[in-house]
Design a protein around this ligand. Structure first.
Ligand code: PLP
Length: 452
């Protein structure tokens, strides 16, 4: 394996140049200490000191087939040798084939693919399509959501990062989506939570004025905000509200799509077909930036005679599309989606529930496929989070100590506020899944020390 020989001097040089010149996203530049990473393969990556980590984060939840899959690397190399780049307004084999393959897996009549360079840009364009299609302006989005960091996307986002937006709400209205563990509706059961959340959404539509609402945008399974699978019937209920009021239903599958939940798209669990569906990340395992919007027949028709005003220089870049074609073929041939469902149901799910029996710091285990969250709490009865909401510095110390314990055990964890997101690659093996669970088991002892 290349670069596995430790080379601390080179690591120090990489780190020094990073510290001197790289301005990192979402970080206080003086407070971060990024690991210098030397290489990656499959479910692992390693540093220059010779430490190897099992990646239970899939990067930023995008390496759905792991790092450096040889088929995808080869496809990128072949595309680079043949035609590295080309302008968007041409029919290019890699782009045509990527669109055809994506459309073969998207639900219903979501058969036209608008390519973007990532997730936020897909959300921007989906909202623009919905506004032009309906002639309306307002967009409804959920609290406890993440849709990206560009203008419209950050306004739709329902977490504190939205506060940084200096553009106001841009016609965005937030509502509460269902989440039984911390219910906004004080529900006792999933049925109650579903019914109350749908009533709340309809009230929001009515009070905002249905004739002005262009779209409802939801993550099929909200990811960044805590991996909260909606109760049965909720998404179907939203579909019905959209139909009743002539509103475009946008499902954001940037994180949940391409196998993450154990289906190609999470909407399949609920048999629901949105009007627009955004994707990115897993579409090509994040090897080259790519995202897009899958568009229904009715909305595609709107733009048959009238141009859709959108698209960037690199939209549908051949290298990114070639990576998507190879990734989707690998997923089909190696049954990666089936693997995510199987390992999720037979190893990760039962393993996490077993941890919850032995660790008082685990308040809830939830998820499906390769998409799980552990909610860490000080007290199971009160559900007080292990660290306060949006904690930093000393307040966040218990989670930081837990994270450090994971890393000491060779596991790279995804930590978000008081939660651990367990999101390994969708082609993770049973042995890797068990290795990660064992490392979590040890590290959770550190979190348990903070329970009361
Ligand atoms: N939508 C969802 C559901 C996401 O999880 C993310 C990123 O995590 C985005 C949109 C933004 O994607 P990107 O960072 O590629 O712009």
């Amino acid at each position: 394996t290349p670069h596995l020989t430790p080379d601390p001097a080179q690591g120090a040089a990489v780190k020094a140049a990073d510290r001197a010149h790289v301005f990192h996203s979402w970080s206080a530049q003086g407070l971060i200490d990024p690991l210098a990473v030397a290489g990656a393969e499959g479910s692992y990556f390693w540093d220059y000191e010779g430490n190897r980590y099992l990646d239970f984060t899939s990067g930023l939840v995008f390496t759905n087939i792991g790092y450096q899959h040889p088929e995808v690397v080869r496809a990128i190399q072949e595309q680079a040798a043949r035609m590295t780049t080309f302008a968007p307004a041409f029919a290019v084999e890699a782009r045509s084939e990527a669109a055809r393959l994506i459309a073969s897996h998207t639900p219903g009549d979501l058969d036209k693919i608008f390519f973007t360079n990532g997730g936020a840009e897909a959300v921007e364009n989906a909202v623009r399509m919905a506004r032009l299609h309906t002639g309306r302006h307002k967009v409804l989005a959920a609290y406890r959501s993440y849709h990206g960091a560009t203008n419209t996307a950050i306004n739709l986002t329902g977490d504190p990062r939205r506060w940084a937006s200096d553009n106001g709400s841009s016609g965005t209205v937030h509502f509460w989506a269902p989440f039984l563990y911390r219910s906004a509706f004080y529900s006792a059961t999933q049925e109650e939570e579903c019914a109350r959340a749908l009533q709340h959404l309809e009230d929001t539509i009515v009070f905002e004025g249905p004739a002005g609402v262009a779209a409802i945008v939801l993550e099929t399974v909200p990811g960044t905000a805590g991996i909260m699978t909606p109760p049965p019937g909720y998404l179907q209920g939203v579909r019905e509200l959209c139909d009743r009021y002539g509103i475009v239903f946008v499902l954001d599958e940037v994180m949940a799509g391409f196998g993450r939940t154990g289906k190609w798209f999470a909407a399949e669990h609920d048999d629901v077909v949105p009007d627009l569906m955004t994707f990115a990340k897993g579409v090509n395992s994040g090897y080259v930036p790519l995202g897009g919007v899958a568009i229904s027949g009715a909305i595609a028709e709107t733009f048959e005679k009238r141009a859709f005003p959108g698209g960037l220089t690199y939209s549908g870049h051949p290298l990114a599309c070639a990576a998507a074609v190879a990734t989707i073929r690998v997923m089909e041939e190696e049954k990666v989606v089936e693997n995510a469902a199987h390992i999720g149901a037979s190893v990760i799910g039962p393993g996490l529930r077993d941890l919850a029996e032995r660790h008082p710091s685990i308040g809830e285990v939830r998820g499906t496929g390769m998409f799980w969250a552990l909610e860490l709490v000080r007290n199971r009865e009160t559900r007080e989070p292990l660290v306060p909401y949006n904690a930093t510095g000393a307040d966040a110390a218990p989670m930081a100590a837990f994270g450090a314990a994971c890393k000491k055990n060779g596991l790279w964890p995804f930590i978000n506020m008081n939660r651990i997101h367990v999101v390994p690659p969708c082609n993770v093996t049973e042995a890797e899944a068990k290795e990660g669970l064992a490392a979590l088991d040890e590290a959770l002892a550190v979190a348990d020390e903070h329970t009361a």
